[in-house]
Design a protein around this ligand. Structure first.
Ligand SMILES: Nc1ncnc2c1ncn2[C@@H]1O[C@H](COP(=O)(O)OP(=O)(O)O)[C@@H](O)[C@H]1O
Ligand SMILES: [Mg+2]
Length: 340
């Protein structure tokens, strides 16, 4: 279906939050459409949680508005209608500090009742959501004995136990190991498959890029890009080559890199003052910032070989590309450019 025709469920209009004179969130405009996963990406302190708290009416904006669809119309979120408008949204904002003596069943019952979930179907629903995160057998165990990852999973299902159409997850992968992060990713994709709409924040580029249909990048409280990953990459093609040498240098690294630079930098397609080559002593991997053009990539390799460097590995990892995209977008913002 054409995205443009999809219904807008959430709209932020010039959303702004100040703490004293400091703008934590400034003029944020975003819309979230039915059935999509919107990733909200930004470094720590960028303003993600503050934005989500305004959406949940936990914080009042200084300026701007949140609009939420209900009964077919977008309606402005106010104190008077917040319960009604937020009923159909599940929030996980910051890891809930559950009281250790309660059980998942008790917690989920509490949240479901709070949101008016039908009592008759409650027990069945609790089993369903616990099964979704592989926690069914822990239903009646005390949370005090749970690991951080298990608590996080209970936090996530407490946001969806009342079966909302929209799910808002603030850094659900924080503090989780790679396996648990993958489980959260699969869980989010599963929500989408069930027709849910998801707004997901993270400071981890990879976690967002793996699941999101569109990515909003927030930096110093402002949206600097909002688009599909493909389109974002097209706008910031610069990338990073990784390579390893058969005989890595063991001393005089600076001298070594200086020599490398005279060979490589003219071939990177990057201005000299912006170019860089890094060397990581532990992994023995060199990184070269270049313009992302495959022609330049092969040219650099050819010249390294012509200059008798023996190459063991030579690649442009996808994660490296995303990382450089993020660096590029945030750097552009520092000098005032905004990608739209
Ligand atoms: N209650 C508060 N009082 C003062 N400053 C705050 C408060 N909450 C957040 N901030 C500041 O606002 C900025 C954005 O914070 P936050 O929204 O938590 O960022 P993120 O979730 O992207 O890490 C940060 O600089 C943070 O220190
Ligand atoms: Mg946060």
């Amino acid at each position: 279906m054409n995205k443009k025709n999809q219904e807008i469920l959430i709209q932020f209009k010039n959303l702004t939050k100040k703490f004293g004179n400091f703008y934590a969130v400034k003029d944020v405009n975003l819309e979230i459409r039915k059935g999509e996963i919107v990733g909200f990406l930004g470094p720590n302190g960028a303003g993600k949680t503050t934005t989500m708290k305004m959406m949940a009416y936990l914080l009042k904006p200084n300026e701007g508005e949140v609009w939420i669809r209900a009964n077919g119309d977008l309606q402005k979120l106010t104190r008077r209608n917040k319960d009604f408008l937020l009923d159909n949204i599940g929030f996980l904002i910051e890891i809930p500090a559950f009281y250790g003596k309660v059980t998942p069943k008790q917690i989920l019952k509490y949240f479901a009742k709070l949101k008016g979930y039908p009592r008759k179907k409650l027990n069945e629903r609790i089993d369903t959501v616990l099964k979704m995160v592989g926690m069914l057998e822990w239903k009646d165990k005390k949370i005090g004995t749970f690991s951080k990852g298990m608590r996080q999973r209970i936090g996530i299902v407490s946001a969806i136990v009342h079966d909302p159409d929209i799910v808002v997850l603030d850094e659900p992968q924080t503090g989780l190991d790679p396996t648990a992060r993958k489980e959260v990713r699969d869980f989010i994709l599963n929500l989408k498959r069930m027709g849910k709409t998801v707004f997901l924040s993270s400071h981890l580029l990879y976690e967002i890029s793996e699941v999101a249909d569109r990515i909003a990048i927030i930096h110093h409280g402002q949206i600097i890009a909002f688009d599909t990953l493909d389109n974002l990459e097209g706008k910031a093609m610069k990338s990073v080559i990784h390579f390893e040498l058969l005989n890595p240098p063991d001393d005089n690294i600076d001298e070594f890199i200086k020599r490398l630079k005279t060979i490589i930098v003219p071939l990177t397609g990057i201005a000299e003052e912006e170019s860089w080559i890094k060397y990581d002593n532990d992994s023995k991997i060199f990184q070269v910032f270049f313009n992302g053009n495959p022609k330049n990539q092969t040219e650099i390799l050819r010249n390294l070989l012509d200059n008798d460097y023996e190459i063991l590995e030579y690649s442009v990892p996808k994660a490296g590309l995303l990382e450089s995209l993020f660096i590029e977008l945030t750097r552009k913002n520092e000098i005032g450019g905004v990608y739209k």
